[in-house]
Write a protein that binds this ligand. Structure first.
Ligand SMILES: CC(C)(COP(=O)(O)OP(=O)(O)OC[C@H]1O[C@@H](n2cnc3c(N)ncnc32)[C@H](O)[C@@H]1OP(=O)(O)O)[C@@H](O)C(=O)NCCC(=O)NCCS
Length: 184
């Protein structure tokens, strides 16, 4: 997957760079962010953001972009390849986070729309999956606002909370997403 630079009304989404490491470590160390993420360790290991950034440039773990506002890093968003490709399930999953000072301003809706506007036409038959903990009302609102619909429920171990957490699985089809965009 090529790495784009995506500009929206207020934001720029771009590849993470080595100079982003301190901001990534700072924000991903916040419990209010990482407690909703399944793949981020807590406490966030010092120095691991540098390794993570290097891995992004090797392109082996999907596409992960940082979200910037006035050149300042405020979050991250990415698409991860399906882990069930051998079963013929190719839907990548979307994941994201915002630094708490930037919540409630519509930035994630804006960032996710920009990423999907770029990605969906590249894969016209594709579906995108997502999963949010049941208690993550903010994320569920973002997903339903984008057109994601619930397709299942399950539980997943949260390394940050140290317990199994109920999770809602969601899916967005290109038909629904592109239909909405055309109607907007
Ligand atoms: C999930 C998360 C990104 C949601 O952030 P958020 O700020 O609530 O999401 P948005 O940026 O889309 O903002 C939504 C709210 O901002 C406000 N808003 C929307 N558009 C706006 C605009 N253009 N201007 C100002 N405010 C706006 C609204 O209040 C909107 O809520 P509404 O749906 O009731 O109208 C954030 O809570 C987070 O990072 N959480 C921790 C990590 C996480 O949960 N990641 C997802 C795992 S599944």
């Amino acid at each position: 997957m090529r790495s784009p630079i995506l500009r929206s009304k207020r934001l720029v989404l771009r590849m993470p760079q080595p100079q982003d490491a301190p901001a990534l470590e700072h924000y991903l160390s916040a419990y209010e962010v990482s407690s909703y993420l399944t793949e981020v360790p807590h406490p966030y290991p010092t120095g691991s953001a540098v390794d993570w950034i290097e891995r992004q440039h090797k392109g082996i773990s999907g596409l992960n972009l940082v979200i910037t506002l006035d050149s300042r890093l405020i979050g991250g968003i990415g698409l991860k390849p399906s882990s069930q490709r051998e079963l013929g399930l190719f839907a990548p999953s979307i994941g994201y986070w915002l630094a708490p000072p930037f919540w409630g301003k519509g930035f994630m809706q804006e960032a996710a729309r920009r990423l999907l506007d770029w990605y969906m036409p590249l894969e016209p038959t594709e579906r995108i999956s997502a999963a949010a903990y049941e208690d993550n009302k903010r994320s569920l609102k973002v997903l339903s606002g984008l057109g994601f619909c619930e397709v299942g429920r399950g539980v997943v171990y949260s390394p940050v909370r140290g317990i199994e957490v109920p999770r809602i699985e969601m899916e967005l089809t290109a038909d629904i997403y592109l239909g909405q965009s055309a109607a907007a």
